[in-house]
Write a protein that binds this ligand. Structure first.
Ligand code: AMP
Length: 292
């Protein structure tokens, strides 16, 4: 077990990281990995703490992956502050921060992509064409660069979690995916690096996202079975925010993401809403009281 509470060592090159981790692997010690795009908040840190608790060596990657952003999205203005992020990680005792450059990840001539299938076609995949191709490609590359035993992902990005799980299974990748619950602000808003884009007024309006999910959760727990009624009620709650524009609100099967019409077993509610031009996503598991 490595010493806790130290400043992580920062590496930018894959060969340096591989060399550093060689001894760990050969000594039979486990590697926990948390891929991020930086601008770290408590949601990320909860994943890092889980990795710290469960693995001998912890690697956090910080890389804003250009290929998962579409034209006109926020790639250029995405917050980047490696020093502040590294500082946050030193309190937890992360061993390595892997912060590759664009040419390290996508060297000249790079020409091989992971194309996820059905799991990536709906919801986020439909609203952000090419997004999951970029995500799956970079995550496969990062797995190959780091070689983790366990990789930690947030349920906040629910569809992403399923897309990654599918890829790990389809490609026989020798690692375990460890999902962790969404960390929320005290008023319910799911933590996200993109919350920083919200004006104070839009930050206030953004509460309707989690309010709609909590309402749906209560409705299902007290016997509501109609997905149509749930979606209508959720849309009404979101519409209370004057600057909210809904991309989608859905009640789906938690494994396939296919919409359900009658809620008799646990389902997932997914939503994407733009508030004053800032696009936010959230989701929750809705569990009928009589379900196992
Ligand atoms: P990102 O930096 O946005 O790519 O996120 C990196 C990881 O942190 C992903 O696995 C996300 O699902 C996870 N994550 C982001 N926000 C939260 C949150 N509020 N709670 C838990 N995990 C989160």
């Amino acid at each position: 077990m490595s010493l806790h509470k130290h400043t992580p060592r920062i590496v930018t090159r894959t060969h340096e990281l591989r060399l550093a981790l060689k001894g760990v692997r050969e000594g039979g010690r486990t590697i926990g990995f948390v891929p991020t795009m930086g601008a770290l908040h408590e949601g990320h840190l909860s994943l890092v703490r889980a990795a710290r608790a469960e693995c001998d060596t912890v690697v956090v990657s910080i890389y804003v992956n250009p290929t998962q952003f579409g034209q006109g999205e926020d790639f250029d203005r995405y917050p980047r502050d490696l020093d502040a992020d590294t500082q946050r990680l030193s309190d937890i005792g992360v061993d390595w921060v892997f912060a590759p450059t664009d040419t390290e990840v996508y060297p000249p001539g790079f020409d091989t992509w992971v194309q996820p299938g059905k799991m990536a076609a709906s919801w986020e995949g439909k609203c952000r064409p090419g997004h999951f191709r970029g995500v799956a490609t970079v995550v496969l590359k990062l797995f190959s660069m780091v070689g983790p035993d366990r990789a930690y992902f947030g349920e906040k990005d629910y569809q992403q979690l399923l897309v990654i799980r599918r890829m790990v299974s389809d490609f026989n990748l020798p690692l375990t995916i460890c999902p962790h619950p969404t960390v929320r602000e005290p008023d319910g808003l799911a933590m996200s690096s993109r919350n920083a884009y919200l004006s104070p007024e839009h930050r206030r309006q953004a509460r309707v996202l989690s309010q709609s999910l909590f309402w749906a959760s209560e409705q299902v727990a007290s016997g509501e079975q109609s997905a149509e009624k749930l979606v209508t009620g959720m849309r009404q709650i979101i519409a209370k925010a004057p600057d909210a524009a809904i991309d989608y609100v859905a009640i789906v099967d938690p494994d396939t993401l296919v919409p359900v019409s009658t809620v008799t077993t646990p389902v997932q509610s997914l939503l994407a809403v733009r508030i004053g031009g800032v696009r936010l996503i959230d989701n929750a598991r809705l569990i009928p009281s009589a379900s196992p």
